[in-house]
Design a protein around this ligand. Sequence first.
Ligand SMILES: [Zn+2]
Length: 184
Amino acid sequence: MKITKHILKRNECRLPLVVPREDGKNIPQYITVHETSLGLEKKEPEKDANHYIDLLEHPKGDPRYGYHFLCGDDQVWQFLPTWVRTAHSGSTEGNSSIAIERLVNVNIDFDKAIDNQAKLTATLMWMYDIPIEHVVPHKYWSSKECPARLLAGLYGWDWDRFIETVLTHYAAGDFFTDVDEGVE
Ligand SMILES: [Zn+2]
């Protein structure tokens, strides 16, 4: 599967860089795992990827808010290059991490979407030499209960099983090969 690139043009979603590497860009040191909605109920079917893409392009709140990736069951989107900081964690340090959202609604195969999120997490660990201890839920940075369903242990998944799945992809070298780092 190729990553669908839908890179946002808005400069407003870019926060100042705090951990520059040699080329002056952000070095991701953590990966933050999200789900697209709070609460444990399933979403209405119309809240699909297009709904969230529209929210990113036409923000109703903080225009600096964004995330790098969104995982569905048969598609993965990238909205920001990995070096860009964006407000997604509720903390300054957390906003230097790479944000991976995952769609949750009645049209999404939960297992397949989580597997894509795990594979992408493994890919970014490999690219940036990020240890598994630095793969964290959004809740790690703030008190927000996210990713809510995964943390609640719904649908046969919990955080430990997610981490195991990440490590399985990592060990197998099963990676995405087309992540946009934003570096020429
Ligand atoms: Zn979140």
